[in-house]
Design a protein around this ligand. Structure first.
Ligand code: GLN
Length: 288
């Protein structure tokens, strides 16, 4: 019979095994929480208890994946985004903290309106669309993605937001083609209040860290030779779908923002630039 070990021992041992990664303590802690099925607040009180055989097997399997370099978020399969706990796996981009800021602006804009229709283009996990629906109970939200795989993840996440899910419609298609009037969609040209998107904005020549490049879907990351292709397409295409006072909110790389701001102004929008948590210009708000 094997000696019983505590979560404390398992945790410390994992930190040692993960020593070559960026944040071994955080990784090891998240793996313990996932395997033990506990909330972060229960972590310290759990350390003195013993893992079940089943929890230990789950832990070992997750630790092995993490040691191979797979992102922690995919290994644990869930990630917190604002008020939601989202399912994440290799079919979708892992939601980032800067996107939480983008959603904060989208919610401020949404709350200014009485019965707003919000469109999230390239929804991935559904992070943006589902957060707006969840945090703005008066909103109707449409979420589109070209990837059926991504939509399957968004659909699973939609099932996790309770009653708010009744106000969300998921559509498949390439940007605005998802709204093609010939499809059985609910909306028409000129009926959208807000368009929000965190589209792929990495140029083909830009290098990404291995943990990103080797695991996250390149369809969700890479835009083309320039990087601004999708951003420009969304700005240009937005005009005909927006109400006369409509707003577009976009996340992008700091070096793209002045160029996109010029493009939006040439398309008839007035623009505002907002920073991310690191203080870099990251969010462009375009108003008609
Ligand atoms: N909208 C999703 C997010 O912000 C996915 C974005 C993407 O795949 N480029 O996390």
């Amino acid at each position: 019979m094997t000696a019983t070990i505590s979560w404390q021992t398992v945790y410390k041992d994992a930190i040692t095994q993960l020593a070559n990664f960026e944040s071994p303590e955080v990784d090891a802690r998240r793996l313990v929480e996932a395997a033990a099925g506990i909330e972060p607040s229960e972590f310290h009180s759990t350390l003195n208890s013993q893992p079940t055989t089943r929890a230990m097997a789950h832990f070992d399997q997750m630790l092995a994946r993490r040691c191979q370099g797979e992102p922690l978020q995919y290994v644990v399969g869930r990630w917190a985004f604002r008020e939601l706990d989202l399912l994440v796996d290799k079919r979708v981009l892992i939601p980032r903290p800067e996107t939480e800021i983008l959603v904060g602006h989208a919610i401020t804009e949404t709350n200014r309106l009485s019965a707003p229709t919000v469109l999230d283009l390239g929804t991935g996990t559904g992070a943006i669309a589902l957060s707006v629906a969840f945090e703005c109970p008066h909103s109707q939200v449409i979420a589109a993605d070209i990837s059926e795989d991504a939509l399957a993840v968004a659909r699973a996440n939609l099932a996790g937001i309770g009653k708010a899910a009744t106000r969300v419609t998921l559509l498949q298609g390439d940007w605005f083609n998802a709204l093609d009037p010939s499809l059985p969609a609910e909306i028409d040209l000129g009926e959208i209040d807000l368009i929000v998107s965190n589209p792929p904005y990495i140029a083909n020549h830009e290098t990404l860290p291995d943990v990103v490049a080797n695991h996250e879907p390149s369809l969700a990351l890479r835009a083309g030779d320039d990087g601004t292709e999708h951003l420009r397409h969304i700005v240009t295409g937005s005009r005909s779908w927006l109400k006369p006072s409509g707003v577009v909110l976009l996340e992008m790389a700091p070096h793209q923002i002045s160029q996109l701001s010029d493009h939006a102004q040439a398309s008839g929008f007035s623009t505002e630039i907002h920073p991310d948590l690191a203080g870099h210009d990251r969010i462009l708000i375009c108003r008609l």
